[in-house]
Design a binder for this molecule. Structure first.
Ligand code: NAD
Length: 260
């Protein structure tokens, strides 16, 4: 489904990362990939995963390049290397990045300080726009940009706090970016994933309670698997979703639809 397509995956930290699930689905569908990491410690974890991707055929081994999405110079250097690797052509972007200070993911939202607010909104929401600015010039033939969001954008969930506000800003950004980039044939969407036990998720106070609750209440009576989000990412990267932009697509076993 993605033969001949070139995509960049931002946000793999380890094999549990949602970004890794999307990468696997897209790799298995024939896409040629590149990865971003932040810092040498993560590179050591991510490189073996990328080197383990099999059945490359005539695709080049994906590069693992450094990128801090909170730093314009780092983004510029990353996209310059990406453009060189992909000969100036990019078809899709997977933005699966979020960060907030640990103390802002517990207790009350009302206690959020100015710096913590800026950190969460900068890394988790503004970064999508910063990435889109640099990706769009490489998408002369159109493309697909996707990000990862969560129900906490719409509803209050214990411990999610400032990240809920960041996800609301991220989802609004998706709509504005979709409007701006649509005339170039670039689609921008978000996947709202159900709770999945990843490195970031485990930083949210009471996360296991959320997992138990969702399992109990979701129409499918189970939690979302990362591979299911991966396949939703594959759909958004592919021709099959060509009529969809500016949307938030839920992949959460239906949890967002129930009232009680
Ligand atoms: P994860 O910890 O595996 O991934 C988060 C990634 O963000 C990491 O790779 C980390 O290195 C990267 N990152 C943080 N700050 C960065 C920066 N300044 N520059 C570059 N990269 C940076 O966790 P995940 O759960 O796979 O998270 C991926 C996305 O999915 C996030 O946007 C998250 O909010 C979203 N999401 C997660 C869940 C869940 O329950 N796990 C549910 C819905 C949405």
């Amino acid at each position: 489904m993605l033969q001949g397509k070139r995509g960049v995956i931002l946000g793999v930290a380890n094999r549990r990362s949602i970004a890794w699930a999307v990468a696997q689905s897209c790799h298995n569908a024939g896409a040629e990939l590149a990865f971003s990491v932040i810092g040498d410690r993560l590179e050591k974890k991510v490189r073996p995963l990328v080197e383990g991707l099999t059945d490359l055929g005539d695709r080049r081994r994906p590069p693992v390049l450094h990128c801090n999405v909170d730093d314009d110079a780092s983004l510029d250097s990353f996209f310059a290397q990406l453009s060189e690797h992909f000969d100036g052509k990019l078809d899709f972007v997977v933005h699966a990045i979020a960060f907030a200070n640990r103390e802002d993911l517990e207790g009350t939202f009302v206690a959020t300080g100015r710096e913590g607010f800026h950190t969460a909104l900068g890394v988790s929401a503004y970064s999508l726009t910063a990435v889109a600015q640099r990706a769009a010039p490489l998408m002369a033939e159109g493309g697909s940009i996707m990000t990862l969001t969560y129900l906490g954008a719409d509803r209050v969930l214990p411990g999610y706090n400032v990240m809920g506000v960041a996800k609301a800003a991220l989802e609004a950004s998706v709509r504005y970016l979709a409007a701006d980039l649509g005339p170039q044939g670039i689609r921008v969407n978000a996947i709202s994933a159900g709770p999945i036990s990843t490195l970031s998720a485990r930083g949210i106070a009471g996360f296991t309670k959320i997992l138990d609750h969702v399992k109990d209440r979701a129409p499918l009576k189970r939690n979302t698997e990362a591979a299911e989000v991966g396949d939703t990412g594959l759909f958004l990267a592919s021709h099959l979703s060509r009529g969809i932009t500016g949307e938030v697509i839920f992949c959460d076993c239906g949890y967002n639809t129930v009232g009680m």
